[in-house]
Design a protein around this ligand. Structure first.
Ligand code: NAD
Length: 488
């Protein structure tokens, strides 16, 4: 416990604006809770509208100098941040467990994932290039150059708070953009701690500014109206994303939107069932199901469905549930009471409509906001759980008879982030790549994210891509110049 207290004391509690840590307007603070105990672990600054504007002032003031910084210097800063994050990985992992509740092993994986974006974009920065060529008539030379879009507002969610912060900060800085980041109010600590590392590395003032706030809408709205802001990158729920897109339309802002999911997980009759069960455990129970990429609808061939549900129910019952810091814990708490109420409602609705309950099914008594790992089968059409993003440890199995039906069921949603397919038939796997309406797909694998991949969704799951060769272009704008033929 003492090392937790010492670690929390090292995390800055202020806003970071123009290179200075400072309190919020009128000294306002917000409490950050450990969801495994329900206790407040730290108070951090609660920014006002004026604080948000001050952060944009700082990002704008630093913008021209940062855009002119050499690609090598940007790369070095990001590489330095990667190295420092590796050195301090255990501290970051513990902090993530305290603020989100996820088991330490999962927090370690998030720290590694977060670092990968720093390394990836440190390597991408020097590869920002343009083109040079003749126009078709030969009257001129075309010069195509890439430029930073300018000051960006980055808004991140609580489920992977550090991963989502580096997935945005790293490409923005690599591209030459300055940023205002608004971390999630439920889990802001890892972002604050990370920015203190950037400060240690000599980050120039105003390049990264952090505003923690309990009034996200009130702080972000004036920024989205301000002509100095040039981009919004948001990760969070689809309803909030839609509202922000409407606000961003006024200034014709560049936007990257990583929104909600409703991932299908299809198990064909030719699947390797052991592999499918192993993949399902990861795709469903990682972060207690609180992932945009979490498998939401298990669509299993009728010949395998009973065995699949039975085996997963065995695993669900055997999970060790508890505080993520405790040895051997595999499943932590949900983020808050609201999440428990929502998950309970979805399970109750499914059962009331005729679903079979194999394991779990109810919240676990506190302290903390725990829900028992749950397996349901025989889901009936119309069950809310088939439409809604569950965001909890509930695995719901429906059945299908043939490939066309599986595809119809999988695509029957407004979301399109990721799909998972288990089949040993290569041609069928390839058909699924062409037929499933999602931006990402796991073929015989239950986790797809990595820094080298273009992460993002189709349909209401988002716009733009984070990571991969595509990721940096979200923060760059193209200029085409026609120069007169130098020989004419
Ligand atoms: P959320 O939409 O409630 O909040 C996300 C962020 O937006 C938080 O920082 C919050 O403070 C802020 N916010 C909320 N209302 C706002 C407003 N009116 N104006 C400006 N900002 C506002 O989502 P959440 O509960 O934090 O995260 C869970 C959601 O995020 C899920 O839907 C999940 O699928 C999605 N998510 C998507 C991805 C992805 O990459 N596609 C990754 C992680 C999470």
């Amino acid at each position: 416990m003492k090392h937790e207290i010492d670690l929390l004391a090292q995390v800055p509690d202020g806003l970071f604006i123009g290179g200075q840590w400072r309190p919020a307007d009128e000294g306002a603070t917000l409490g950050v809770c450990d969801p495994a105990t329900g206790g407040i672990v730290k108070q951090v600054a609660d920014a006002s509208r004026a604080d948000g504007i001050a952060a944009l002032d700082a990002a704008d003031a630093a913008s021209a100098d940062w855009a002119a910084t050499s690609l090598g210097r940007r790369a070095d800063l990001l590489r330095g941040a990667f190295d420092l994050l590796q050195e301090r990985a255990e501290e970051f992992a513990l902090l993530l467990t305290i603020e989100t509740g996820k088991p330490l092993e999962e927090s370690r994986a998030e720290v590694a994932y977060s670092g990968d974006f720093l390394r990836w974009f440190s390597e991408e920065a020097p590869r920002i290039q343009g083109r040079y060529g003749q126009n078709a008539t030969g009257t001129g030379r075309m010069i195509i150059t890439q430029h930073p879009v300018g000051p960006c507002l980055l808004i991140t969610p609580w489920n992977f708070p550090l991963g989502m912060a580096t997935r945005k900060i790293a490409p923005a800085l690599a591209a030459g953009c300055t940023v205002v980041i608004k971390p999630p109010e439920l889990a802001p600590l890892s972002t604050l701690f990370f920015v203190s590392l950037l400060e240690e590395l000599g980050l120039p003032s105003g390049v990264v500014n952090v505003v923690t706030t309990s009034s996200a809408g009130a702080v972000s709205k004036p920024l989205l109206r301000d002509p100095r802001l040039r981009k919004l990158s948001f990760t969070g729920s689809t309803p909030v994303g839609i509202r922000l897109l409407e606000q961003a339309a006024r200034g014709v802002l560049r936007t990257s939107m990583e929104l909600g999911g409703n991932a299908p997980f299809i198990v064909f009759d030719d699947a390797d069932l052991d592999r499918a069960v192993e993949g399902a455990l990861k795709a469903k129970f990682r972060n207690v199901g609180q992932a945009c990429t979490a498998a939401n609808r298990f669509i299993v061939h009728h010949s395998l469905a009973d065995e699949f549900a039975r085996r997963l129910a065995g695993h669900a019952r055997a999970f060790t549930v508890g505080r993520g810091t405790d040895h051997g814990v595999e499943v932590g708490p949900l983020i808050d009471e609201r999440a428990v109420t929502k998950v309970k409602h979805l399970v109750d609705d499914a059962v009331a409509r005729g679903a079979t309950l194999h394991a779990g099914g109810a919240p676990i008594e506190g302290p903390g906001t725990f829900f028992a790992p749950t397996v349901l089968s025989d889901l009936q059409a119309g069950s809310e759980i088939l439409r809604e993003e569950i965001f909890g440890p509930v695995l719901a199995v429906s059945t299908f008879d043939d490939e066309d039906q599986a595809v119809r069921m999988a695509n029957d949603t407004n979301y399109g982030l990721v799909s998972y397919v288990y089949t040993e038939n290569l041609a069928r796997g390839q058909r699924m790549i062409e037929r499933l309406e999602t931006g990402m797909m796991g073929l015989n694998v239950g986790v797809v994210s990595n820094a080298g991949a273009p992460f993002g969704g189709w349909k209401s799951s988002g716009l733009g891509r984070e990571g991969g060769a595509e990721g940096i272009h979200e923060y760059l704008q193209t200029k085409y110049t026609l120069s007169a033929n130098p020989f004419a």
